[in-house]
Design a protein around this ligand. Structure first.
Ligand SMILES: [Zn+2]
Length: 251
């Protein structure tokens, strides 16, 4: 998102369902970085983490790519530092289709979560070996939490793109400007919650989160996510400045 991802000699290139896939070397590095605690446990646990992250991210992008193909455009997939991209050859002119294309990634994530969970209920495969139990844990955590985070209404996450398209569909006067403004407010609000949760005295944090619903606990960001949200807020602020301010009065 924030780094130049030109092709390198260390790229891994292959095709999946006729979609060209390119994996940038920084993708592996960023996954390993997020999974450092697993490497601390054992090399195999770390490698399993990288494998689970790779499969999950590829699956997510495949969701976007299949929706793009469904709506008439070839697509290619790139896995890059801290994320992935599905890039259509011809972006859809229809906001409803663009909304569904953005939603297809998180939908694929929830589908994989259902497959992993359902197959465990049916076959109890995760009981066969401690490392299979670890794979089950990693796949469920990744596909639950990364998918939920992706749905946050913060540009350029999928949720931010869905918000933008929803504003276009609702014929909002300044969809780009409004989507960016909401993104900045949500990102900075979450950063504030994360900072309170991590760095404030426990009694202050307890008072702030007293009425915070338990099912929204995933939205309280950790240190890595705080950095990302700040970067997104800054990037969105720069983009918003470049847009013309909405005029209050027309005519
Ligand atoms: Zn996505």
């Amino acid at each position: 998102m924030f780094i130049d991802h030109q092709p390198t000699s260390l790229d891994v290139n292959f095709r999946l369902w006729r979609f060209p896939v390119r994996v940038h070397p920084l993708f592996w590095l960023s996954l390993a970085l997020i999974g450092l605690p697993w490497f601390d446990k054992s090399l195999l646990a770390g490698l399993l983490w990288v494998a689970c992250g790779f499969v999950s991210m590829l699956w997510h992008e495949l969701g976007h790519a299949l929706a793009m193909r469904r709506y008439g455009s070839p697509a290619r997939i790139q896995l890059i530092a801290f994320g992935g991209l599905a890039i259509p050859s011809y972006p859809s002119p229809s906001p409803v289709r663009r909304f569904l294309i953005a939603a297809a990634g998180p939908a694929a994530g929830f589908l994989l979560l259902g497959i992993v969970w359902g197959s465990k209920q049916l076959a109890a495969w995760s009981d066969a070996h401690p490392y299979l139990a670890l794979v089950y844990f990693m796949l469920t955590m990744v596909n639950l939490f990364w998918t939920l985070i992706n749905l946050l209404p913060v540009w350029p996450l999928d949720g931010g793109q869905m918000l933008r398209e929803a504003l276009v569909i609702r014929r909002a006067r300044t969809p780009d400007y409004t989507a960016l403004r909401v993104s900045i407010i949500v990102a900075l609000g979450l950063v504030a919650l994360g900072v309170i949760a991590r760095f404030f005295p426990p009694d202050v944090a307890a008072r702030v989160f007293e009425h915070w619903p338990w099912w929204l606990a995933w939205a309280i960001p950790g240190p890595v996510m705080i950095v990302f949200l700040l970067m997104m807020a800054y990037q969105n602020y720069e983009m918003m400045k470049r847009l013309r301010r909405p005029r209050l009065y027309v005519g």
